[in-house]
Design a protein. Sequence first.
Length: 416
Amino acid sequence: MASDRTRRSVLYLRGLAAEALAGIVRRPGRSALAALGTVLGVGASVAVLGLTSTANGQISKTFDELTATTVVVTDAGDGRAHNQDNPARVSFPADADHKIAGLNGAVAGGVFWTVPLAHPVIGASPVVGATSAANASDLPVYAASAGLLTAAGPLLRSGSLFNAFHDERGERVAVLGADAATRLGISQVVNRPAVFINGTAFTVVGIVEDTARVPELLLGVILPRGTAERLYPAPDPAVSPAQMVIETQMGAAQLIARQTPVALRPDNPQFLRAEPPPDPRTMRDSVKTDGSALFLLLAAICLVIGAAGIAGTTLVATWERVGEIGLRRALGARRRHVTAQFLTEAAALGALGGVIGTALGVATVVLVAVVNQWTAVLDPMTVLPAPLVGAATGLLAGCYPALRAATVNPVEALRR
């Protein structure tokens, strides 16, 4: 007696693609909602990584142009520099600006310190009460040489800077930082306003809007070094030592840092401690590493959110299509066929979302770069695999819904 053999159903690749396409097209709203998660995830990943690369390029440029051209020298004399030639007990000689300007590779440099005032009374009027609106006694007062203002790279709002003439003669003039001018209610210097420090008037000759270096100057009142040395005590090296900021040509900072102590104090170079800028390559690489790690984490979170969206939408679709799944099973479809169909749909939606998300991410990076006048940086290893990442995300997200669909009992499904 011949045994009956039942021919098992076969699902070919062409048929699988057709069924998956039909499932996607049949419910365009649901398909678009499922793909939206991948669009957002992949798009955010490409945009975040592209913007990270672009921002790192701007960071590198900033380090190269500013940080690598600044040398800071600190008074380390602990008051031992006091002598007949330097009565202010500051280790920097009076002609420090001139000596620094003579070094090959130095652009400008100058000395500054915070003037120690025990009980300061500062205002725009000679009579300033403790509760007066014009009282700004908590403003810092800085002593600065003319070279310091040049090295700081100031942007003037009004007036001009004091110069070596004011410094040498101890003229009672002042330059205000933008914040200090606002608090004192001084916006212009056309009428030569004055600021009063403990009753002593200083004519305001200029207001600084911004600086490339020494940003703390924007917060206070800046007096010529010679004027501060005549009127006020010397700074305490242990509390607030005097410093010199030097602007150098590109690549000369390390050399200037080595030469400065000897050039300024050949008798006691140990009184000055030069701090060259850190290696810009090391700092740049450190910032790039930290920034890339952070944004890679954000990109991964975006992809996880996208995968969760696909999984949720696909799972809901599975319960909506229980009747269809039961009919297919009743007509001979095997569990692996149902699994393959749902996985193919999820992968196709992920790939479609990946393509759209990649395009949106690239457009975002280019747009941001154009608006900020940056150079857009897009790594091909980030952009080209993005659609494949979307497909893989969709495939992984569809695993659980596909397995649930494969376990549907055809008899119970047909009863619904």
